[in-house]
Each structure stands twice: as structure tokens, then as C-alpha cells.
Ligand binder design. Structure first.
Ligand SMILES: Nc1nc2c(ncn2[C@@H]2O[C@H](COP(=O)(O)OP(=O)(O)OP(=O)(O)O)[C@@H](O)[C@H]2O)c(=O)[nH]1
Ligand SMILES: [Mg+2]
Length: 377
């Protein structure tokens, strides 16, 4: 994982608490020697919850949190006293976090709203005390239930930025310049490739106090879907965008070919991304005269809306914003976005695509150890 503050996946070993044991206590008092069963129930083990929190933008706060354990339930006591419930643990995650099983890659859950609570692991139930087992024919049961065991699972949390518009373009296409010009975000701009090394989100103010979110993604090169350049690492951040804005500089030799290369990379990464709406922006159009623009426009794919823009000269920027807004609010986009979202995230994950260089430091507790622990308790 790159040494930066933008952490978009982490691996954490989570464990819920085990349930407390029920008590098999018999009541004895000075004048009531055979007082009968009075063993209380054990408390439940703590649950592990995920909680969507819009104050977090990355998973950085979980970077060094390798283990998250909930508390165990307390054992039941005499006089039918109930054991204490184990402490629940809440893991705050940024909105747009998807969770997979680290061993199988199985999809577990998805947190995509602020305040959303998802129970990741359920704590073990507390055992019943012998008080519950008394009957007319068995008035002094000397047994009680043990608590349910804890559950352990190592999970991978992956953040997929939730933006309305995702920028797709080769390095140096002018993506960051556009984000700077139209949004509140100020990513670095420079005349060399791979200036942007991590995605950032910007809020674009639109008319009447409305706004939408745009994601500046590092440049994609041919072969990115196979890992070239910054590779797959950031392609995941366009999975959740409703709309893809392809950006190709106007001074490129073959705009159509460049667009097709980009489209091919996106499709190779995840063919479902082709269902999203697309708009093509030809950037740096201050370098082109009107005649040239007309010639280039004639050669562009006819099924794709396009616009010539210049973020430096602020040319056609309002038109671009209008196009984006209209596309974002079109009925077909809303339906497609929901369908996309549901179908994309409900799948498992090839976990070998994640790279955890310092994984050896983590000590995972295997099933045998858990059994030992249980015997000890
Ligand atoms: N003439 C002109 N130059 C532009 C325009 N937009 C961007 N540039 C220049 O193009 C170069 C690259 O711009 P960036 O915005 O950093 O490009 P990028 O797509 O974010 O590049 P990466 O972050 O490397 O992927 C900079 O030198 C910009 O000044 C434009 O509209 N007109
Ligand atoms: Mg950039």
C-alpha cells in the first residue's frame, strides 16, 4: 500500500464477544438450607458494528487497527443475577465502504449512508442459568447452559468513493485543472504525467444552491486494467459514480482512438461500467480554432454527447456543467445508477488484488486457539 494518507483498503481481524455462562447456583441461607436453583443467565457477548460516518474520507484511522474485539458477556450469578452484556464495538467507516471476507473474498456488506449501522459480527448469546430449568419433577437442576462462542472473521474493507461524476482520462488530460476550475477541491496541477496520485472529491456548486460531487482520479494508461501505471488501484473509485466524464486533450492526434483505449480499460476492469452514462469532454480547446473543432467533432462517436472545453480559458464550462447536471438528473440515469450499484457490489472479490506488505506482523488467531481459549475459560 502506498505510504500516503489516502488509505482505501484495510484488513482487520474482528471478533465478537462470547456469551457469559449461566450459573448453576443453589440457594443456601441460614434458615433456608435447600433454597432451590437460583443461578442467573449469562450476559450476551458484544457485537461488532460498522457505522457509516461522513466525517471520514478514507480508512486511514483503521490503518493500524489490526484487531477489533468486542467484550465478552459476564457469567450469571447467584440470586438470579444476570451477567453483564459484553461491550459492543462500533467501527466508524467512510460512506461507500464495502466489506469482504479476507479468506474467501465473499461480499459481506456495504455501508453507503451516513449513520447506517450494520452488524458485522453477532456476539454469542448468554447461557441460561439453572433457574430456567426447574420443573415440578426436577426441582434442583444442577446444570446451566454455557454461553455461545465468539465469532471471529478477518475482513477487508474497501472504500469506493461515492461521487456523482468520475473523471476518466490519460495523465495530463487536464482533469485536475477542471476540478480546480469548477469545484471547491484544489488538487495539484502540473505539466507532467501522474501529478495526481490519489483520488480527491470536489463539490461543484450549480444553480439555485444545488451541487454535485466530482471525483478527480489519477490518470489511466493503456494496460491499467492489467496493473500498468497506477493500475487497478484507483479504477475502483469510478465503480460507484453515476456518470463517467471521459477527458481527452484537443491536441491529441486521434481523439476517437484515445477515447476507445480508455473505454477498453474501463470495460476490462469491470464490464458493468459500460452501462453508466458517458460524456466526452475534449479539453484544452483554447489550443484549437473553431474550424479545427468542427473537423474534429465530425469524427467523434455519434452515440456519445461531447463538449469542447478549456478549464484554463473557462470556455464552455457552464455548458459542461449543464450537460452533467442534465445527465445526472435524467430518469434513465437514476434507474441505471441504482441497478448498477446493486449488481456491482453484491459480488465477491478476488482478494489477491489487494496488497498487504506488512501482513506478516498480524497474528491471526486460528480455530484451534479459539478452542483452547474456550477451554481455559
Ligand atoms: N492550454 C491549456 N492547458 C491546460 C488546460 N487544462 C490543463 N492544462 C495543462 O495541462 C497540464 C496537465 O494538467 P493537469 O490538470 O495536471 O492534468 P491531469 O489530467 O490532472 O494529469 P494527471 O494528474 O497527471 O493525471 C497542465 O500543465 C495544465 O496547465 C487547458 O484547458 N488549456
Ligand atoms: Mg491530476
Amino acid at each position: 500500500m502506498a505510504e500516503s494518507n489516502f488509505i482505501d483498503y484495510v484488513k482487520i481481524c474482528c471478533r465478537s464477544g462470547k456469551g457469559g455462562r449461566g450459573s448453576a447456583h443453589m440457594h443456601h441461607a441460614k434458615y433456608n438450607y435447600n433454597g432451590g436453583p437460583d443461578g442467573g443467565d449469562g450476559g450476551r457477548g458484544g457485537h461488532i458494528y460498522l457505522r457509516g460516518n461522513h466525517n471520514y474520507w478514507t480508512l486511514l484511522h483503521l490503518r493500524y487497527e489490526r484487531h477489533i474485539f468486542a467484550g465478552h458477556g459476564g457469567d450469571g450469578g447467584d440470586c438470579r443475577s444476570h451477567g453483564a452484556d459484553g461491550e459492543d464495538r462500533y467501527i466508524d467507516v467512510p460512506v461507500g465502504t464495502v466489506v469482504y471476507d479476507a479468506e474467501t473474498g465473499e461480499y459481506i456488506c456495504d455501508v453507503n449512508e451516513d449513520g447506517q449501522l450494520v452488524m458485522l459480527l453477532k456476539g454469542g448469546r448468554g447461557g441460561l442459568g439453572n433457574w430456567n430449568f426447574r420443573t415440578a419433577t426436577n426441582q434442583a437442576p444442577r446444570y446451566a447452559q454455557p454461553g455461545e462462542p465468539m465469532v471471529e472473521r478477518t475482513v477487508i474493507m474497501e472504500l469506493k468513493l461515492l461521487a456523482d461524476v468520475g473523471l476518466v482520462g490519460f495523465p495530463n488530460a487536464g482533469k485536475s485543472t477542471l476540478v480546480n476550475a469548477i469545484s471547491t477541491a484544489k488538487p495539484k496541477i502540473a505539466g507532467y504525467p501522474f501529478t495526481t496520485l490519489e483520488p480527491s472529491l470536489g463539490i461543484v456548486p450549480y444553480r439555485d444552491g444545488q451541487s454535485f460531487v466530482i471525483a478527480d482520479i489519477p490518470g489511466i494508461i493503456e494496460g491499467a486494467s492489467e496493473g500498468k501505471g497506477l493500475g487497478l488501484r484507483f479504477l475502483r473509485h469510478i465503480e460507484r459514480n453515476s456518470l463517467l466524464l471521459f477527458m481527452v486533450p484537443g491536441d491529441t492526434e486521434d481523439i476517437r482512438h484515445e477515447y476507445e483505449v480508455l473505454l477498453n480499460e474501463v470495460a476490462t476492469y469491470n464490464p458493468q461500467l459500460l452501462d453508466k452514462q458517458r460524456i466526452l469532454a475534449i479539453t484544452k480547446c483554447d489550443l484549437l480554432d473553431d474550424e479545427l473543432q468542427e473537423m474534429l467533432a465530425a469524427d467523434l462517436p455519434s452515440d456519445l454527447p461531447h463538449v469542447f472545453i478549456s478549464a484554463v480559458a473557462m470556455k464552455n464550462i457552464t455548458e459542461l456543467k449543464d450537460m452533467l447536471w442534465a445527465a445526472l438528473n435524467s430518469e434513465s440515469n437514476k434507474i441505471a445508477a441504482t441497478l448498477n450499484r446493486e449488481s456491482i457490489i453484491q459480488t465477491g472479490k478476488d482478494i489477491s488484488t489487494f496488497d498487504f506488505p506488512d501482513d506478516d506482523d498480524i497474528e491471526y488467531i486460528d480455530d484451534a486457539d479459539i478452542e483452547d481459549l474456550e477451554e481455559d475459560c
